[in-house]
Design a protein around this ligand. Structure first.
Ligand SMILES: Cc1ncc(C[n+]2csc(CCOP(=O)(O)OP(=O)(O)O)c2C)c(N)n1
Ligand SMILES: [Mg+2]
Length: 483
């Protein structure tokens, strides 16, 4: 330990500074090579680095994190090299996140030595539901003895957002479920005061910390995102509590936005507050704190030089890396299925005909008997009724209220949460109550569920069954089924 006011290990501080210098240099190098790199759009973390590194340096390989497109410093903090990030920047074949399929800082990762990153699309705020699904899955596995024993380091989930994405309706569905069921998830909101060109005053009635207080059971913390020390200790306390107490938090932090919104939307076109934001730049603040803590100017200069050398070498190496091949377009559209031919007899001799809804009910029961990782949720499927068509009758009694349960009326959550549930190894069966009401779920179905396998380059295929009754109730189709 060096003598600091907050006692963070010296190695951690030096690593954080090197990575902060790395992120800053990456922004500079991208700017210097603007014509080349802006072929594909990118956003950088400049201004948000202290907060992102303070978090990332405390995550463990069993944790899960959903960084958003401005979170390149989270990626550096969990151990990705600038080279890895640049492969995605330039849409190269070996991009470890998406094989060149998604643009910069759209990660997905399943490396054994790093926190896991599920797929997320570029639709901002939409990561809330899949990532809350991860936390829901972790809770389910812990309750059912399906989780490895991590001792006191139980996994946590972090879902990161920009401040403006919180007004998306789907975010409310995720908060609702996390609060109601007490999932071990941290919602991290990086508040730079900006949407793209619309500012906070134009776009919200309250900030995320105030909003989250309406979701009883989510504990809220505020951090100063320009102060690495404050962020590190703030996260340490929240993460320790989450590992022990298994409940949700929302961490809100003000951060400056120092670079462009993205390479395509330039700060000089509309920003009138750059001076104020520059005063909150975490880089010189951290540098001064380290000098005050007894680290020498010489050491800091060395780390800055090392960062620059790495970034430049990685940039050139990434530039020379192979582009995707035409045939790569057609890989990983679906995960291969182990079932490739029908077996058994459809109409066994002497068998009594049964209606379709009962066939499906028996099939679900068989699956649940064979697979402890299989569960069923949706509206009214729980034990009290067993489905409005009795299509889940007796299942909750047979398998318990933790495996067959009611959800609130939120189709997006029901469907989108399966991305996260599936990523942790579960096999969810979910139900949308009537076909008419599938539309609120379509965004998740289309944007997250169906693209997870392809855009993660095969890392995160989604295994889920979606049940949607249609045409039921005799002639009711005319009234309730939009038939
Ligand atoms: C669903 C959706 N609508 C619109 C966009 C276009 N868009 C991209 S970034 C952005 C602003 C997001 O601001 P914020 O969440 O505060 O993140 P910041 O860029 O400020 O870090 C918008 C509107 C999008 N990606 N997804
Ligand atoms: Mg913002």
């Amino acid at each position: 330990m060096i003598k600091t006011k907050l006692s963070i290990p010296r190695d951690t501080l030096l690593k954080a500074f090197r990575l902060m210098a790395t992120a800053k240099t990456m922004t500079e190098v991208y700017e210097d090579n603007f014509k080349f790199v802006s072929k594909y759009v990118h956003a950088t973390s400049r201004g948000h680095e202290a907060l992102q590194l303070a978090l990332a340096l405390q995550l463990l390989p069993q944790d899960w994190v959903s960084p958003y497109y401005r979170d390149e410093s989270i990626l550096l903090g969990i151990g990705m090299r600038p080279y890895d990030l640049m492969l995605q920047l330039m849409a190269k074949r070996d991009d470890p996140f998406s094989g060149g399929r998604s643009y910069y800082s759209h990660p997905s990762l399943n490396d054994p030595d790093k926190p896991k990153i599920p797929h997320q699309s570029s639709a901002t705020g939409m990561q809330a539901i899949p990532t809350t699904g991860v936390a829901m899955g972790i809770q389910y596995k812990e309750k059912h003895g399906l989780s490895p024993n991590y001792g006191k380091d139980k996994p946590i989930v972090v879902c990161s957002f920009g401040d403006a994405s919180i007004t998306e309706g789907e975010v409310a569905e995720a908060f609702q479920m996390a609060a109601l069921k007490q999932f071990p998830i941290m919602y991290l909101v990086q508040d730079n005061g900006w949407d793209i060109s619309a500012n906070a005053a134009e776009t919200r009635a309250q900030d995320a910390a105030e909003y989250a207080k309406g979701f009883h059971g989510i504990e809220v913390r505020r951090l100063d995102g320009s102060d690495f020390f404050a962020c590190y200790h703030g996260f340490q306390e929240v993460i320790d509590t989450m590992r022990r107490e298994r409940r949700p938090f929302l961490v809100h932090a003000h951060v400056p936005l120092l670079n462009h919104h993205t390479s395509g939307v330039r700060k000089e076109w509309y920003r009138d507050d750059l001076d104020i934001h520059e005063d909150k730049d975490p880089y010189p603040i951290f540098r001064q704190q380290l000098l005050d803590s007894g680290i020498s100017e010489k050491k800091l200069k060395e780390l800055e030089a090392e960062a620059r050398e790495t970034v430049l070498a990685d940039f050139n190496a990434a530039r020379a890396a192979e582009d995707p091949r035409p045939e790569d377009l057609f890989t990983h559209d679906f995960a291969p299925t182990p079932v490739i031919e029908e077996k058994g007899t459809r109409e066994p001799a002497g068998g009594a005909p049964i209606v379709m809804v009962d066939c499906a009910l028996h099939a679900v029961e068989e699956l649940m008997r064979q697979h402890p990782e299989c569960l069923l949720y949706g509206q009214d499927v729980g034990g009290r009724l067993g489905g409005v068509f009795r299509e889940a009758a007796t299942l909750a009694h047979k398998f318990g209220d933790d495996r067959v349960f009611n959800t609130p009326i939120q189709e997006a959550f029901i469907v989108g949460s399966t991305v996260g549930m599936s990523a942790v190894g579960l096999k969810p069966i979910v139900e949308v109550q009537f076909a008419d009401y599938i539309w609120p779920a379509l965004n998740q179905l289309f944007t997250e569920v169906s693209r997870s396998c392809y855009l993660s380059n095969g890392k995160w295929p989604v295994s889920m069954v979606l049940r949607v009754p249609i045409g039921a109730y005799g002639s009711g189709g005319l009234i309730i089924q939009q038939a």
